[in-house]
Design a protein around this ligand. Structure first.
Ligand SMILES: Nc1ncnc2c1ncn2[C@@H]1O[C@H](COP(=O)(O)OP(=O)(O)OP(=O)(O)O)[C@@H](O)[C@H]1O
Ligand SMILES: [Mg+2]
Length: 272
C-alpha cells in the first residue's frame, strides 16, 4: 500500500457532469510530481477527491490507510492539503495571521499550538512578522500565494497539492515559488503535487507526470517518456517544453527526443 491509493475513482457532479472515471494511481510519500491535462480534464476535481472535499461517486481514495468515505473531512485535510487555483478564493480573513490560524482552529487545535503552527508555517514560507498583521488583500500575488500555502502548511499535511502555482506570475516569481516548493519537498519531506499548464515548469522541477484527458488518467510516467510520446501529448492536447521540441526537431542529428534541459541539449551535442 502506498501513502495515497486511488482505486477506480469516478466522480459525477450533482448536475450530472461526469468529471472523473476509472482513475487508478498510487503516490509514495516524499514524491514531487506534476498533474497535467487540458482545461476541464479533471485535475481540480481529482485534487478535491484526494483531500476529501469531494467524496467518490464510486471507487475509493485511501490516504495513509484511511478511506475518504469513512474519514472525517478534518482527518483528510490533515493528510492532504489543497492550495486553490486562485489563492484569492481561499483567503478571507482580516489578517494573514488569522488566515494561517483558521485551518488549525477549525480542526480544534488549542490556541497555544495554533500560535506555534502559525509561526512555523510563516517561517517556512518566508513571511515576516510585518506580513502577519497585514490584510492578505494588500500583499503582492506572490506573497498571497505564500499565505495560501502557509494556511495549508499549518494543518501539517504530508501531501500538498498546489493548483497552478505560477499562473499570472512573471518568470522570476515562478522560479521563486517553484524553488520554495522544491525546498518543502526535499528539506521538509512533503509530497508535492503541482498542477500546471506550463510544460517548462514540469520539465525543470518534476520527474513523474500524471496526465489526464476527459476525466481519465491517460499516462503515468517520467517526463522524458511522456514528452517524447507524441500520441500521449496529442491526447492530452499539450505540447512538450520548448527545449524538448527543439531536440525533436533535431532528431535527424541523433538528438534524443526526450531532452528536458539546456544542459542535456549541450551534452547531447557534445556527445553526437
Ligand atoms: N462545480 C461543478 N459543477 C459541475 N461541473 C463541474 C464543476 N466543477 C467542474 N466541473 C466540470 O468537471 C469537469 C472537470 O473539471 P475540473 O475543474 O476538474 O478540470 P481541470 O482539469 O481542473 O480544468 P482547468 O485546467 O480549467 O482548471 C469539467 O467538465 C468541468 O466543467
Ligand atoms: Mg482546475
Amino acid at each position: 500500500m502506498s501513502y495515497v491509493d486511488v482505486i477506480d475513482l469516478a466522480y459525477t457532479y450533482p448536475d450530472g457532469t461526469q468529471a472523473l472515471h476509472g482513475v487508478t494511481l498510487s503516490i509514495e510519500s516524499g514524491e514531487m510530481l506534476s498533474l497535467i491535462g487540458q482545461n476541464g480534464s479533471g485535475k481540480t476535481t481529482l485534487s478535491k477527491c484526494l483531500n476529501g472535499l469531494l467524496l467518490p461517486t464510486s471507487g475509493n481514495v485511501v490516504v495513509d490507510g484511511h478511506d475518504s468515505k469513512s474519514s472525517s473531512i478534518s482527518d483528510m485535510v490533515r493528510r492532504v492539503g489543497y492550495v486553490f487555483q486562485n489563492p484569492d478564493h481561499q483567503l478571507f480573513n482580516p489578517t494573514c495571521r488569522d488566515e494561517i490560524a483558521y485551518g488549525p482552529r477549525n480542526i480544534g487545535i488549542r490556541e497555544p499550538e495554533v500560535t506555534e503552527r502559525v509561526e512555523e508555517a510563516a517561517t517556512v514560507v518566508g513571511l515576516g512578522s510585518e506580513h502577519l498583521t497585514e490584510h492578505p488583500f494588500f500583499l503582492t500575488k506572490g506573497l498571497r500565494q505564500r499565505v495560501a500555502i502557509a494556511a495549508i502548511l499549518a494543518l501539517r499535511p504530508r501531501v500538498i497539492i498546489v493548483d497552478e502555482p505560477t499562473t499570472g506570475q512573471d518568470a522570476r516569481q515562478a522560479r521563486e515559488i517553484m524553488g520554495f516548493l522544491t525546498t518543502l519537498n526535499r528539506e521538509h519531506g512533503h509530497t508535492i503535487i503541482i498542477i500546471t499548464h506550463d510544460m517548462d515548469i514540469v520539465a525543470a522541477y518534476t520527474e513523474r507526470i500524471l496526465a489526464m484527458a476527459k476525466g481519465t488518467l491517460i499516462a503515468d510516467n517520467s517526463a522524458r517518456e511522456i514528452f517524447s510520446n507524441p500520441a500521449i501529448m496529442e491526447r492530452a492536447s499539450l505540447a512538450p517544453p520548448q527545449i524538448t521540441r527543439l531536440a525533436q526537431a533535431l532528431g535527424d542529428m541523433g538528438i534524443h527526443p526526450g531532452v528536458l534541459s539546456l544542459d542535456e541539449m549541450i551534452a547531447a551535442f557534445e556527445g553526437s
